[in-house]
Design a protein around this ligand. Structure first.
Ligand SMILES: [Ca+2]
Ligand SMILES: [Ca+2]
Length: 190
């Protein structure tokens, strides 16, 4: 390979990096603290431009590998919660499940009341599995960021269902809450 060809390859690599690098790229670790396959080991959020539109890319990684069809089980899912107005109450929730072996993420509105909550379907959003321990969702900025506010707050819970008599005790579910308390703040660029 001559110098000119090497230079071309290097240029292509750097262009590729430029298009995936995003604003406020933050990774946080979570402890090995939950039984079952959906024990989260780390999360990452980064602002990206995807197909010309700004999204917040959220990556959830677990300690163990798992098949996408795991998320087809009843009571087994990953839920991402978002507060768009700088308080502790969520206004959006993304349910990550699977259908026919493909990961599927649904964005919903969320309104809590003193005696319950209402959830309203907004649409499906792009999701993918980069490897057997990770799932990624692209959360559209227009659905999550309020005008005049610098960012949003988010947290997640995973629910892994097991049969009666197993180690998962909360309605036979193993639940990992990430972070353990409170939320992550994601500042938006622009
Ligand atoms: Ca964990
Ligand atoms: Ca809120």
């Amino acid at each position: 390979m001559g110098f000119r060809k090497v230079a071309t390859v290097v240029l292509m690599v750097s262009v590729g990096l430029a298009s995936t690098a995003g604003a406020n790229d933050v990774t946080r670790k979570d402890a090995n603290d939950t039984r079952g396959r959906l024990d989260v080991s780390r999360v990452r959020h980064v602002q990206v431009t995807d197909s010309g539109k700004v999204s917040f890319l959220h990556t959830i990684r677990t300690f163990q590998p798992w098949k996408t069809r795991l998320l087809e089980r009843d009571a087994t899912e990953i839920d991402l919660w978002f507060s768009t107005d700088e308080d502790d109450d969520p206004e959006r929730v993304v349910y990550i499940k699977s259908k026919n072996g493909h990961v599927r993420a649904e964005m919903n509105t969320y309104n809590s009341y003193s005696h319950g909550a209402s959830v309203g379907f907004m649409g499906t959003i792009r999701a993918r599995r980069p490897d057997e321990r990770s799932v990624q969702v692209f959360v559209p900025k227009r659905w999550i960021k309020r005008r005049g506010l610098r960012g949003y707050d988010w947290w997640l819970s995973t629910n892994f269902y097991r049969k009666e008599g197993s180690v998962c005790t909360e309605w036979y579910r193993c639940t990992d809450s990430v972070p353990d308390k409170g939320s992550y703040r994601h500042l938006s660029k622009g």
